[in-house]
Design a protein around this ligand. Structure first.
Ligand code: WTA
Length: 661
């Protein structure tokens, strides 16, 4: 990122255009402040009003927030509704019913469209097929599919019958899948024979088979297979059935099952600071309310918009801003199967032009890699495409560096589109801190201000408020409707992770460092304070990768994993490894490093592969045997060691570990 504006742009302020202010739902800072005031004055009344105005309840709620079991908060608890009815049935009989709900572009460029009415028919038919397989309300269903209309249909169909889905990203390994099937106690897996990415056919069903064969999946009865390509795949008689088989003869009408507002809509596994991924459990009512509202507030979605969120449905962003939010808001959305660099790194710009996308939402990593590509090849520069349809741009997943922000603003947004830098997490269900396109003046690199009703603050290690200007830890002071309800099967871990006693037990600990600017009180996120890495916007636990490495017991004695800054991926995984044999050097070291990378890819998934691997005779430890991670982070960055190493048992190994392969 060379020839772009310097870091000084951090101090530049971009007010929303007059046009944006005029057309927005929340128009101007007065409107934003008025909503914040409403929430401050009557917190429960504010949320109750929004929940009544934005959702269709089959049984209205009478209680808004129940704090009696805190930190296990309940919202709208005695109300009943169905998520799928709120995304689909709601539009029937309105002008939205014949509108395109999804424009699907396949890896090879083929385009398919479904209207809201057609989508309702498909979801209902699939819901009937699930029921015919014996799947019922409260059952857990794993979904392991490519980006597709079928993926959204599967999620919505689970919601329709009250089954709790758990989507596993198609890049995760058989082992990861096996662990999630067992932890969730899933009765079914919905998958595809293959997925198409970058012109290549990649197996999914074979990975499911391998995952199940690892054992322990005793609750699993059924595997449903979407035949994405004509290539056959192994099918186990009695257990595996194709979509065509199970859909045959099923009617395309299915009454949505009303569930309590707290009924778990889904479980989504994400990395935490300890080894095992945690199953983040979300509710139906509160979650959906926020999915719908943030579409309206952050993206100011209008009937004429074409919304495109590039996230995979395997991540929270793909849940809230692909599978639920856009449908609840009645938007037309683009869903893309492939990858941003195929057939060229101009694919995103070409698709924006082709589908006349108006609101585009992607990750800083994608932006950074497309900047690099565009700088290297003028033909795929966004300037070569007609991007005038765009009116709002969004980013999510990691801090966006001001240079990338400026490029996005200038070359993609034509200096006309507000950028909403949305800070949130798997656990928060939807946006928490973000500019509003028709209200908030933006500052590159800052996610600006919390949404109305979200009581975000910066505190010190003891939970004490810090003044603007001071760096500290980010907390949310009051519960909010779309928050995580618990960690599936592990309420104690939920309490310890998010409401730690050190902070008094009443503050939600986000796990990010942050500071507010002295002048405007704008938030700037510094990154994780725990052992979670953010690689290309994907969350990875260092412990998870360490466990994967040491599970290669024939080779690895000990491993420590840290993150280091990376221009392209934000952070990169750096592993320090002690082998059971002597320390390798030269070509042999490279070869073993590759073997370990592939091992990690098999254990977790290719996204977790360490970029750097360094070998040592030992790891730097204090005399009491604690690994000095701070030191490893410095080594990973290539910094000179200025820290005090007097407590180090064996200072000589620092040189070994600093050696690049
Ligand atoms: C980081 C993704 C800075 C943060 C929705 C958070 C961000 C973690 C931003 C959650 C942003 C997400 N600016 N950092 N706009 N958005 N993060 O659960 O560290 O995959 O804690 O949810 O990503 O990642 P997750």
């Amino acid at each position: 990122m060379s020839n772009i504006e310097s870091v000084l742009v951090e101090n530049r302020v971009f007010p929303p255009s007059e046009q944006a202010v005029k057309s927005a739902r929340i128009s101007g800072m007065e409107a934003y402040n008025a909503l914040c005031d409403e929430a401050n004055k009557d917190f429960e009344g504010f949320w109750a009003r929004l929940a009544r105005d934005n959702l269709v309840w089959t049984k209205p709620f009478t209680k808004t927030l129940d704090e009696s079991k805190a930190p296990f908060y309940e919202w709208f608890e005695d109300g009943e509704l169905n998520a799928s009815a709120n995304c689909l049935d709601k539009h029937i009989g309105t002008p939205t019913e014949n509108k395109t709900a999804i424009v699907f572009e396949a890896d090879d460029g083929a385009v398919t469209r479904v209207s809201y009415k057609e989508l309702l028919g498909r979801v209902s038919q699939f819901a009937n097929a699930l029921k015919a397989q014996g799947i019922k309300k409260g059952d857990r269903v794993i979904i392991y599919v490519p980006m597709s209309i079928e993926g959204v249909v599967a999620m919505q169909a689970c919601a329709r019958i009250g089954a709790t889905h758990s989507v596993v990203f198609g890049g995760f390994s058989a082992k990861a899948l096996n662990e999630r099937i067992i932890d969730a106690g899933a009765v079914a897996v919905i998958t595809a024979n293959y997925q198409m990415r970058g012109g290549k056919e990649m197996p999914l069903k074979a990975i499911v088979d391998e995952g199940i064969a690892m054992g322990g999946c005793d609750t699993l009865k059924t595997v449903l297979v979407f035949m994405r390509t004509p290539t056959t795949c192994g099918m186990t008689a009695g257990r595996d059935k194709t979509f065509t088989e199970v859909l045959q003869g099923q009617p395309s009408e299915c009454r949505p099952e009303a569930v309590g507002a707290e009924h778990p809509l889904f479980i989504l596994y994400t990395s935490g600071s300890t080894g095992k991924p945690k199953g983040v459990q979300h509710s139906t009512g509160g979650y959906l309310l926020w999915a719908k509202l943030t579409m309206d507030w952050t993206f100011d979605i209008k009937p004429s918009d074409v919304f495109w969120c590039t996230a995979d449905i395997g991540w929270i962003t793909g849940h809230t801003y692909v599978a639920y939010g856009p449908l609840a808001a009645g938007a037309t959305q683009v869903i893309f199967e492939g990858i941003p660099t195929y057939p060229s790194a101009g694919r995103f710009w070409q698709m924006i032009e082709k589908h006349k996308v108006t609101v585009f939402y992607t990750a800083p990593t994608a932006i950074r890699s497309l900047i690099k590509a565009a700088e290297g090849d003028e033909k795929i520069h966004p300037a070569r495409y007609d991007l005038t349809s765009l009116r709002i741009l969004g980013t999510v997943g990691e801090p966006i560096n001001p240079e990338a922000w400026m490029w996005y603003h200038k070359h993609v947004g034509g200096e006309r589109c507000p950028i909403v830098d949305t800070w949130w997490q798997t656990e928060t269900g939807g946006h928490m801190i973000t500019p509003l396109p028709g209200a908030t003046p933006t500052v590159p690199g800052s996610c600006t201000l919390p949404l109305p009703g979200i009581m975000a603050a910066i505190v010190d290690d003891l939970g004490k408020d810090l003044p603007h200007g001071d760096g500290g830890i980010l907390v949310i002071k009051r519960p909010w409707p779309s928050m995580i309800r618990t960690i599936w099967g592990d309420p104690e871990r939920y309490k310890a992770s998010y409401y730690p006693p050190e902070l008094g037990g009443k503050l939600y600990l986000a796990g990010d460092a942050a500071a507010r600017s002295a002048d405007r009180g704008y938030f700037r996120i510094g990154g994780r304070i725990d052992d979670v890495l953010n690689v290309s916007g994907h969350r990875l636990g260092t412990m998870e990768i360490e466990s994967a490495l040491v599970s290669k017991t024939d080779l690895v004695a000990e491993a420590a994993v840290v993150g280091r800054p990376d221009d392209l991926t934000g952070e990169a995984v750096c592993a320090f490894v002690v082998l059971k044999r002597s320390r390798p050097t030269g070509d042999e070291a490279k070869q073993i490093a590759n073997e370990l990378r592939n091992w990690v890819a098999k254990e977790i998934g290719p996204i977790a592969k360490p970029k750097d691997i360094r070998f040592g005779d030992n790891l730097p430890k204090t005399r009491s045997g604690k690994i000095m991670r701070r030191l490893l982070r410095s080594i990973a960055k290539g910094e000179a060691i200025t820290q005090d190493t007097s407590t180090l048992e064996n200072p000589a190994i620092l040189e070994q570990l600093a050696e690049k392969l």
